[in-house]
Design a protein around this ligand. Structure first.
Ligand code: NDP
Length: 449
């Protein structure tokens, strides 16, 4: 990290020493601190109020034991977490990740990013994140249910519709949200909008399932139109992942007349030069919960590669939608040499800082996660609004609001970058726009003397 401002350098140093062995958290904080320098330099109020030191320290972090019984009657123990990072502009809001790689560093990076992302949506939501090192892969439905019930048996006392509203993330889809919601309702003895991503029959919002992938494409389309007078039409698109974000990005790419040619999971990727068959992909992943390698057996002309990175396939647009740090500098060089024109992050922090800089230095349009994938949490915010008034909006109405929010996020990031002398740098623009609102709210709310 390269900090020229002494206050920022000192605040970052403190994050490193206070949070040892947390590389993902350091990376996320470093990227934000580096890019908001113009604001810190122009406004001494942020240093005076120790905003950087305060914003990088979670308000609360809960760690708990999750004990559950597997089908063979064995007792299993996992770690459960909830990071309640910042509530300056609204109740804590952010997903629950179920994956063996989950630890404090990963959840703090995600919770930190969530603060700025939620601020960018324009909706009143603070930042949080949670999850467990539980691996849902290969578990039976009953095992998933028992795990979710045990997880919520502790979490329920820390969340609530006006306090903290979790949602899905990697490994947490509609099935898991249903079990979590059922257990919350049993324990709290009330039917409230405590989780988002709920089923439509019990308080969910139309478009929530599609929102992150659709929102990613709305953002990318706006970025292409404004900065390059271009669009998705007739573009070859490389997508990674084959989960919630990837599937609905692929669906929207087709609607915008592009051609998605790849999809992946943690074992490998599929290349389909004729365009990914969406019906087969949905059945494979959403219904049968199989591996992406099975796609090759089902679709003639497709090829499976046992590597999780599809970035060597020539494309015009790349949408990384799997996980953090899945696209590094070597991948970025290959994409640039293949004349990629735009990269937008569907996953959280999928591009390493070196890869991001390489794209920016080579005039590739770059949509950072905080802005580009904010459609999911924005629609969660719309689900909270509908729950509050006990009403459901139509698909068209929610989709229209989502589109307007993504357009607004792009314009906010783009205009802020211009205003602070870094025109075209949407990473800096998004970070600064998200930061100002939260920092000003923190100052307005004071500190305890
Ligand atoms: P899913 O669990 O639905 O899908 C995740 C996909 O990424 C799967 O294909 C999975 O493969 C792959 N993947 C996960 N971990 C790894 C890994 N370590 N290496 C390679 N591939 C991996 O999750 P989502 O689609 O919901 O989330 C994807 C990304 O988008 C995450 O970064 C998440 O934080 C972010 N995001 C999600 C939002 C949402 O609304 N769902 C909102 C905003 C951001 P496999 O099945 O083999 O694990």
């Amino acid at each position: 990290m390269n900090f020229t401002n002494p206050y920022i350098a000192k605040a970052y140093e403190q994050v490193i020493t206070r949070n040892p062995n947390e590389p993902e958290f350091h990376q996320a904080v470093g990227e934000v601190f580096e890019t908001i320098a113009p604001i810190i330099e122009r406004n001494s109020i942020y240093e005076k109020n120790a905003i950087l030191e305060r914003i990088a320290e979670p308000e609360r972090m809960i760690t708990f034991r999750v004990t559950w019984v597997s089908d063979d009657n064995k007792i299993n123990v996992n770690k459960g977490f909830r990071v309640q990072f910042n509530s300056a502009i609204g109740p804590y809001k952010g997903g629950l990740r179920l994956h063996p790689s989950v630890n404090a560093s990963v959840l703090k990076f995600l919770g930190f990013e969530q603060i700025f992302k939620n601020s960018l949506t324009g909706l009143p939501m603070g930042g949080g994140k949670g999850g467990s090192d539980f691996d849902p892969k290969g578990k039976s439905d009953m095992e998933i249910m028992r795990f979710c019930q045990s997880f919520m048996s502790e979490l329920f006392r820390h969340v609530g519709p006006n306090l903290d509203v979790p949602a899905g993330d990697i490994g947490t889809g509609a099935r898991e949200i249903g079990y979590l919601f059922g257990q919350y309702k049993r324990l709290a003895n009330e039917f409230t909008g405590v989780l988002t991503g709920k089923g439509l029959a019990y308080g969910g919002s139309l478009v929530r399932k599609e929102a992150t992938g659709y929102g990613l494409c709305y953002f990318t389309e706006e970025m292409l139109k404004t900065l390059k007078n271009d669009s998705f039409a007739n573009k070859k698109v490389a997508v990674s992942g084959s989960g919630n974000v990837a599937i609905y990005a692929i669906e929207k790419i087709y609607q915008l007349k592009g051609l998605p040619v790849t999809a992946s999971d943690s074992d490998g990727f599929i290349y389909d030069p004729n365009g990914i068959n969406l019906e087969i992909l949905k059945k494979l992943k959403e219904v049968d919960r199989k591996r992406i390698s099975d796609y090759e057996k089902m679709v003639k002309g497709s090829v499976y590669y046992p590597s999780m990175r599809p970035w060597a396939i020539p494309c015009d647009i790349a949408l990384p939608c799997a996980t953090q740090n899945e696209l590094d500098i070597e991948d970025a060089k290959i994409l640039v040499s293949n004349n990629v024109i735009a990269v937008a992050e569907g996953a959280n922090m999928p591009c390493t800082p070196e890869a991001t800089q390489y794209f920016q230095h080579n005039n590739v349009l770059f949509g950072p996660a905080k802005a580009a994938n904010a459609g999911g949490v924005a629609t969660s915010g719309l689900e909270m609004s509908q729950n509050s008034v006990r009403y459901s909006w139509s698909f068209e109405k929610v989709d229209e609001k989502l589109k307007a929010i993504m357009k607004g996020i792009f314009n906010n990031a783009n205009d802020t970058a211009k205003a602070y002398g870094v025109e075209g740098d949407l990473v800096a623009g998004a970070n600064m726009a998200g930061f100002i609102k939260v920092a000003d709210a923190m100052i307005a709310q004071g500190v305890i003397y």
